[in-house]
Each structure stands twice: as structure tokens, then as C-alpha cells.
Design a protein around this ligand. Structure first.
Ligand code: ZN
Length: 472
């Protein structure tokens, strides 16, 4: 069977660009650069990822909201650092019909400045706290770098949670919960990741601190999938988000946010895919099982009946199945569903039925086995579990083998992936290392592993490690 034109193992970036369209995830021909069309298969996949996020939000008592897309300039301008950070990236609306607007509006690049004037009206007393909200909406950022489907786009499919708390400690508890959510979510997606505390000069505009969630792509570059921010009262002060405490005094709230995007999909494609196409984790695969009838003349009916009967059994167990009855060869069908990354294929032919069995083939490793018709559903559920574990292990191996903790610049030379070096805490030293490695600063590990070595630039004692990588 033919494979993709470009091999993942030879040219990862080209392979990625090809596969997102071949597998019907998106169409990049829309006439605005960086604004791609979600095709049904891609949108279904994204909606399953969104559902996992929604489930986590429900589990942790967050309430879903939906704010307007447009933000008036005056609301946007209240937090100074925030404008500095986003000022060059926003799209402005200046006219309504033929009339020039008295006050410009912008398309949200993120929703702090849309939500917080409203939060200041909603929150009155300590009894209103914590306020835990989230939304899944599109946001807009004017990207000037080269765009790439799901990884660098101008219209972003965005998840954002915004919370308000009585004090810093309560907001810190939220950050702990956010980290647990990331662990569960990315386990389901079979994506091992690292948390990095972003350096001061590269944190979110207006945040007290930022923790990023990064994965390593097979190209050796890291991809940031999400970020968790502690704002302290940096936003609540300019936006007047105050509450009356039990003792009658008025205090500013402490706030956090949590952001993720369709980059998660980019990571799934890049990390799990292979030369034949996508490999979808069973939890989010739009189709989890494809059933292929193997037709012989005169035996069509018994084969189709057996396929339909299995389909019904799977449906009863809430397994997303599809019977491919198209009038084409089984080989063509295998090729199409391998390209789309369906985790398990079942083949049913007349000879299998005589033996009361079906053929099961795993997409991830090609393993083929015969399964008794009576055990098919149970076996499939077990296979999902094994596929998820194996996908995670393979991705973990990639991450571990390409993470290097070294002490000197000589040792760092020529290494691919994530490089950890001792850091004295000085910005200039980190920036010089960025230059030498031609990479970016990711941040410090959040578990403060004490570093007893010295900074490779200034030789002063390093209290911590700093991570560097080439990034998307
Ligand atoms: Zn230094």
C-alpha cells in the first residue's frame, strides 16, 4: 500500500503539512492566511478533546460562560503590561457600516479584558468566591511568523479558565488543581509533557508568574500546549474586582487563568502519527473502530449482517464504530482508515465467520490477531487500553531520550531536544545561552531541584536549572 508522499522520519515539517490535509482535518485553501477551515473529521476530533476538557471543568466545579468576541479599547487599556504584551497582535474594528466608531473595538486575543469589567459587577462579597469560570471560543492574534495548521494560526480555537479568589493562598490551591487537570487530560491523550516556570522576561503579559505545559515534537522542537497563570491582584486592582471580607473590609481578589488551544491536536498528529498517517488515541478518535466486510460472491449477506450486528453491539457500549460498505477493495479501505488513524480495524469474511471469529488489527503497531466473535467487544475495550499505554510509552521514550541535563556549554553542543543547564538567575546569562544554542528559554523545572553547579556563563553558583529548546 502507498504511504504518504513525504516520510515523517525524513522531513517532519513537510509530512505534518501534508497529513493535516490528506487526513481531512482542515483545509488551508481559505483565502485568509492562518485562518483554516475545520473539516468534519478534524472538528469531531477537536470536539472530543474539548469534551475531555469540559468533563474536567465540571469535575472541578467550573461554570461555562460565553463572552462577546469584541472588546472596547477602553477596557483593553486598563492593565498596562497586558497592552504592552498584546498591543501588536490585535485586530481592530474601526467602522460599523459607513460610520467610524467613536471608540474602536478589538477582537479578543484572550478574554481578561472582556471578562474582568463584568467580574467587578458580579463579585460583591466573600460568599461569591471562589468564582470559577471557563469558555471554549475562538480568539484572534495577528501572527507575523509563518503559519502552520493547529500550531501557529491567526484564528485560534481556545480554552480559557478564569478564577477569582479571596487571597493568594486560595489562588495557589487553584494552580495545584490546574496541574492535576493537566496530568489527567494529557494522560488520556497519551501525551507526556513537562511543566516549566517561565522566566520573568517571558511570562504572560500581566501575570505574577506563568507555568507552561510543553511537549517535545519528533522534530526536536518543543510545542507549548497550555499555560497556567497566577495573577495575584495585578488585574483585579485596575479592574476593581473587589469583595467585602467577613470583617467588613474591602479587598481585591486574587486571580488565575488557564489556557489551552488546538495545539493539542497538533501534538497528537505530530507525536503519534507515522509514515502511513495519523494514529489517534482511542479516547478522542472520531472513529474508534472501523469494520471492513471481506466480500466473496454469494456470501455478501452473511458478512454484512455480521458487520451490522457487531456495529450494534459496539454502539450499545458507546464505542464509536463505522462499517465501511463502500464498493472498493479492502486494501483501499485499509489505506484510507490507516491515514485517518482509526485505532482498531476489524475484518470480517465468510471464512472467519465459519470459525466464529473476526480479525483485529491495531493501527499503532500493525499487530494482527484472531478474536472469537463472542469476545469481540471485551477484547476491543482491552485493546484500547493497551494502545493508549503503548502510545504514551513511545512518546515518553522520545521525551526522555531527548532531554539532556548537562553542566557546561561544551557538553550542550550539538544536542537535540531539551537541554537543562545550571542557572544563576541572571537574565543576561540565560539570553547568552539562548544565542549560543540558537534556541529559546523554556523555564525552570517547577520542582525546585537544587543545583549545586555553577552558571556556565558567569561561573557564579547556580541555584537552579534552566531549560532551553528550539520551539514552535
Ligand atoms: Zn550566570
Amino acid at each position: 500500500m502507498p504511504e504518504t508522499k513525504v516520510k515523517k522520519t525524513q522531513d517532519f515539517n513537510e509530512w505534518y503539512n501534508e497529513i493535516v490535509e490528506l487526513a481531512d482535518l482542515c483545509d488551508k485553501r481559505y483565502p485568509i492566511k492562518g485562518m483554516n477551515v475545520w473539516r468534519p473529521y478534524g472538528w469531531k476530533l477537536m470536539s472530543h478533546i474539548d469534551q475531555l476538557i469540559r468533563d474536567e471543568m465540571i469535575k472541578t466545579d467550573h461554570q461555562e460562560v460565553c463572552f462577546p468576541l469584541c472588546i472596547p479599547e477602553s477596557s483593553f487599556k486598563k492593565e498596562e503590561e497586558h497592552i504592552k504584551g498584546f498591543g501588536n497582535e490585535v485586530y481592530w474594528i474601526t467602522h460599523a457600516g459607513l460610520n467610524k466608531l467613536e471608540e474602536k473595538w478589538l477582537l479578543r486575543p484572550t478574554s481578561e479584558t472582556a471578562m474582568y469589567p463584568m467580574f467587578s459587577l458580579w463579585i460583591r462579597s466573600h460568599a461569591d468566591l471562589p468564582l470559577k469560570t471557563y469558555q471554549i471560543v475562538n480568539t484572534f492574534r495577528y501572527e507575523t511568523k509563518q503559519t502552520r495548521a493547529f500550531i501557529r494560526v491567526r484564528e485560534i480555537h481556545f480554552f480559557e479558565a478564569h478564577t477569582c479568589h479571596v487571597d493568594f493562598e486560595d489562588a495557589e490551591k487553584q494552580i495545584t488543581e490546574d496541574k492535576e487537570i493537566a496530568k489527567r487530560l494529557f494522560d488520556d491523550l497519551c501525551l507526556p509533557f513537562i511543566f516549566c516556570k517561565r522566566p520573568e522576561w517571558d511570562k504572560f503579559a500581566g501575570a505574577f508568574y506563568t507555568i507552561s505545559i510543553d511537549v517535545l515534537m519528533p522534530s526536536g522542537k518543543t510545542l507549548q500546549l497550555g499555560s497556567i497563570h497566577q495573577y495575584q491582584d495585578n488585574f483585579s486592582k485596575p479592574y476593581n474586582i473587589n469583595y467585602e471580607a467577613e470583617d467588613g473590609t474591602h479587598k481585591p481578589c486574587h486571580q488565575t487563568t488557564y489556557g489551552m488551544s488546538e495545539r493539542i491536536l497538533g501534538a497528537l498528529i505530530g507525536i503519534h502519527g507515522d509514515n502511513k498517517g495519523l494514529v489517534m488515541p482511542p479516547m478522542v478518535a472520531p472513529i474508534q473502530i472501523v469494520i471492513i466486510p471481506i466480500i466473496f460472491k454469494g456470501k455478501e449477506k452473511i458478512v454484512f449482517d455480521a458487520c451490522d450486528s457487531l456495529y450494534k453491539k459496539l454502539k450499545k457500549e458507546n464505542i464509536r464504530a463505522h462499517v465501511d460498505k463502500r464498493d472498493t477493495t479492502p486494501g483501499n479501505k485499509y489505506y484510507d482508515w490507516e491515514l485517518k488513524g482509526v485505532p482498531v480495524r476489524i475484518e470480517i469474511g465468510p471464512r472467519d465467520l465459519e470459525k466464529k471469529q473476526v480479525v483485529l488489527v491495531r493501527r499503532d503497531n500493525g499487530e494482527k490477531k484472531f478474536v472469537s466473535q463472542n469476545d469481540t467487544v471485551k477484547t476491543i475495550i482491552d485493546e484500547f487500553d493497551m494502545i493508549s499505554k503503548d502510545l504514551f510509552s513511545a512518546a515518553k521514550k522520545l521525551l526522555d531520550e531527548n532531554t539532556h541535563r548537562v553542566k557546561t556549554m561544551e557538553e550542550a553542543e550539538g544536542l537535540k531536544g531539551i537541554i537543562e543547564l545550571p542557572w544563576c538567575g541572571n537574565e543576561d546569562c540565560a539570553l547568552e545561552i539562548e544565542n549560543i544554542l540558537d534556541g529559546n528559554t523554556l523555564g525552570e523545572p517547577i520542582k525546585k531541584g537544587e543545583c549545586k553547579d555553577s552558571c556556565p556563563v558567569c561561573s557564579k553558583p547556580a541555584g537552579t536549572w534552566m531549560r532551553y529548546a528550539k520551539t514552535y
